[in-house]
Design a protein around this ligand. Structure first.
Ligand code: FES
Length: 175
């Protein structure tokens, strides 16, 4: 029960009644079926982009399940997120090859420039930051992926310049 009280409330006034109606339709379709909670949460994340408290509540009530169960599933699976995603997804590799070639410093610089931690989203919703254990491009280490672009041999110096390709805020590389 404690856990439920810690569920981030989120700001859902950005969502439309049509989005909730769409979710309700899927909840009704999944109700009583195997894996209904996870399937409804998947749909909800597709519809809303993330799973704030209000959306989790809707899923729990619609499926007649306790909110704690829904929240437990949301926090168990890493592909569910309770924070909104940024327009650009930044993923730093923390696998061995990338780590030994300076990946940690690159990640630290990304955190500093974006002013967020891993798992966070910038206040302007431009960037989300995550890390991964290996993206299968070890020869190019250290690697940072932004959206579908893989940036190779990234150095801390290049971090701002790379971000500048995605946001005016970092364009020019210096501040
Ligand atoms: S360890 Fe980074 S790509 Fe493999």
């Amino acid at each position: 029960m404690d856990k439920v009280q810690q569920i981030p409330s989120g700001t859902t006034d950005e969502f439309t009644p049509e989005q909730f109606a769409e979710l309700d339709k899927w909840i009704a379709a999944y109700k009583g079926k195997t894996g209904s909670v996870i399937r409804a949460l998947n749909k909800a994340q597709e519809i809303f982009g993330y799973l704030p408290r209000e959306v989790q509540d809707r899923v729990a009530k619609g499926l007649d399940r306790p909110l704690s169960e829904v929240y437990g599933i949301v926090t168990f699976y890493s592909f569910f997120t309770v924070v909104p995603k940024g327009r650009h997804s930044v993923c730093a590799c923390m696998g061995t090859a990338c780590y030994v070639r300076g990946g940690q410093q690159v990640l630290d610089d990304l955190k500093k420039e974006l002013n967020i931690e891993v798992g966070g989203t910038t206040a302007d919703r431009e960037f989300s930051l995550s890390s991964i254990r290996c993206m299968g491009a070890c020869a190019l280490a250290p690697v940072v992926r932004i959206d579908d672009d893989v940036h190779r041999q990234v150095t801390p110096k290049k971090v701002k310049e790379i971000l500048g390709n995605y946001s005016q805020k970092f364009a020019g590389g210096a501040e």
